[in-house]
Design a protein. Sequence first.
Length: 253
Amino acid sequence: MVIRIAAVGDVHLDEDVVGRFRPALEELSDCADVLLLAGDLTRHGTEAEARCVAQEFGGLDVPVITVLGNHDHQCNQVPQVVKVLEEAGITVLEGNGVVLECTGGRLGVAGVKGFGGGFAGRCASDFGEPEMKAFVHTTTESADRLAEALLSLDCDLLVALTHYAPVPDTLAGEPLEIYPFLGAYQLGQAIDSAPTALAVHGHAHAGSERGTTPGGVRVRNVAHPVIKQAYSVFHLGDHLDHGEVSRLSASGI
């Protein structure tokens, strides 16, 4: 049993870049069973930019599943953005999941945007001012929703999709000072709470591609500035070691 997962994040589409990804996407069904988008689909989160995303990633021969990113929230038009994407056939996750029937088995994908807060030993804590408590509450609530979604899915292989990073490994290359704004350890804990085979995220444009949760789940940063191609493809299957991921390059752009 092998399921092929294509993934990319941080495409930041607007009118001036529509069409950049489409030639490679037209070949997607030859090498992947599903496409995961790891947030920051737009530059400023406007309805008009969402239409650009729908034009670029809608109508493909494989299912497309996404979470939103921080850029997609900028203009406070999230309901309009989600509506445009869903009308184009793109599934938008936020604290929920979906199971797809693939040739290689049932693939479960659970997703949240996530939030910042930092990582073990150097993280924000639920202490002090109401503003700090609210910040940390946002992080823990998002992680709890991810854990619940992962555990709710009845599938053969399970994937976690976030925008913010669940581990610091894939942030290597970013300034240490901004790690707390790029991800949170609670997301990694959520991923480890279920039999997750792979976790993919974006957000860290200057980060690194590969990481691992404390529980041994493979994590991949698929931000477009990191992978430098239209998408990466990962093969998941029961013939591999627990959590092992086989990566294939896709058409570059």
